[in-house]
Design a protein around this ligand. Structure first.
Ligand SMILES: *Cc1c(COP(=O)(O)O)cnc(C)c1O
Length: 373
């Protein structure tokens, strides 16, 4: 079997029979001419289907070991597309530690449409199974590792429960990407991505992807994707194709750099603890006190204080006021997203330079502490 590195590099290179173009052409046409009644090329209107988006969707479905893929205008649009499969009275179980936007949408849909959202601890599977027996959910929607606490949820164990209780298993695979983790292979039915993050990889495109297994799910999602119309533009589809070509190289470098950051942070006296899943570029850490956050962020030079992840450039995010600001304070703190927590999306710069930036910030903080004393 061709290796994933090769599949990624060659994404979309043999799709234009007419010219042999190495890159997928960007089809900006929204409409398509029919030769006669009942004679469609397969393309009628770009909301429904667009040739550039089709290449992305076909290639990405293969990378995630799914049957169908639906490219959406954002990661949240992808989450929404999946939630649109449910109806009033249905129940979805989520892990407590979850992307803030997904938490916001899930709770909003509970009040607005009666799709129940229950947030669970996914570390104890006996407790989880009891919860499934009492709440009788239709689906589990998980992220692993979780955001921002980097806890690993075993997909295989969730798949066993999903099978036993006939549940849909939905996995947000944004953090590890198909390069490191392929949930459908492990028993998931649907995979969600924010393509804005590692898939695009350059902090220049907002996108989402939904991959499904089986014809029935594919047909339902296709209908909703077209009916709601949150489809990805041809140009943005092309940007994701371009991003995919270097995904493996970027992911390897993100991991190498993240490991160096973890080693450094773990040995820094100003850091209370470090959370890392062992793969990928996402690292969270707590400073000794919440009071250190403002000067820490102020003094960053190379690393940007910014709200996103998965790009080539390093970002540090403050979940309390950024990604997780919509979670009520007491719930947020109870779940471990406290005022001293920072989330580091380690980029692919030279690790030495990233370390130098962290070192100079810590030095400034130490001096300030000394002066204040
Ligand atoms: C960013 C993110 C989303 C939402 O994606 P957008 O492209 O910002 O709409 C969903 N899930 C996870 C895990 C994310 O990191």
């Amino acid at each position: 079997m061709t290796k994933i590195e090769t599949l990624l590099t060659q994404v979309g290179t043999r799709t234009d029979e007419k010219t042999g173009a190495i890159n997928t052409p960007i089809y900006l046409s929204t409409a398509y001419r029919h030769a006669g009644l009942g004679e469609s090329t397969g393309y009628d209107y770009t909301r429904t289907k667009n040739p550039t988006r089709t290449v992305l969707e076909d290639e990405f479905a293969k990378l995630e070991f799914g049957d169908d893929c639906f490219a959406c205008s954002s990661g949240m649009a992808a989450v929404h597309l999946v939630l649109s499969l449910f109806k009033s009275g249905d129940t979805i179980l989520y892990p407590e530690d979850l992307y803030g936007g997904t938490y916001r949408l899930a709770t909003q849909y509970e009040t607005q449409y009666g799709i129940r959202a229950i947030f669970n601890d996914f570390s104890d599977f006996d407790v989880l199974e009891k919860q499934i027996m009492t709440e009788k959910p239709q689906a589990l929607l998980i992220e692993t590792p979780t955001n921002p606490l980097m806890q690993e949820i075993p997909i295989e164990k969730c798949a066993e429960l999903a099978k036993k209780y006939d549940l849909l298993l939905i996995v947000d695979n944004t953090f590890l990407t198909p390069y490191y983790q392929r949930p459908i292979e492990l028993g998931a039915h649907i995979v969600i991505h924010s393509g804005t993050k590692y898939i695009g990889g350059h902090n220049d495109v907002l996108a989402g992807l939904v991959v499904s297994k089986g014809a029935e799910l594919g047909e339902k999602l296709f209908k909703q994707h077209n009916a709601i119309g949150m489809t990805l533009s041809p140009f943005d589809s092309w940007l994701l194709l371009r991003g995919l070509k270097t995904l493996h190289l970027r992911m390897k470098q993100h991991t190498l750099n993240a490991k160096e950051m973890v080693a450094f942070l773990e040995n820094s006296p100003l850091v209370k603890d470090v959370l890392y899943a062992g793969l990928g570029g996402m690292v969270s850490f707590r400073l000794q006190s919440g009071a250190m956050i403002a000067p820490f962020l102020k003094n960053l030079q190379l690393i940007a204080f910014a709200e996103s992840l998965g790009g080539v450039e390093s970002f540090i995010t403050y979940p309390t006021t950024q990604t997780h600001a919509d979670i009520p304070e007491h719930i947020r703190i109870e779940r471990g997203v406290d005022d001293a927590l920072l989330r580091f999306s380690v980029g692919i710069e030279e690790a030495e330079d990233l370390l130098a930036d962290l070192q100079q910030v810590f030095k400034t903080l130490e001096n300030e502490v000394l002066i204040n004393d």
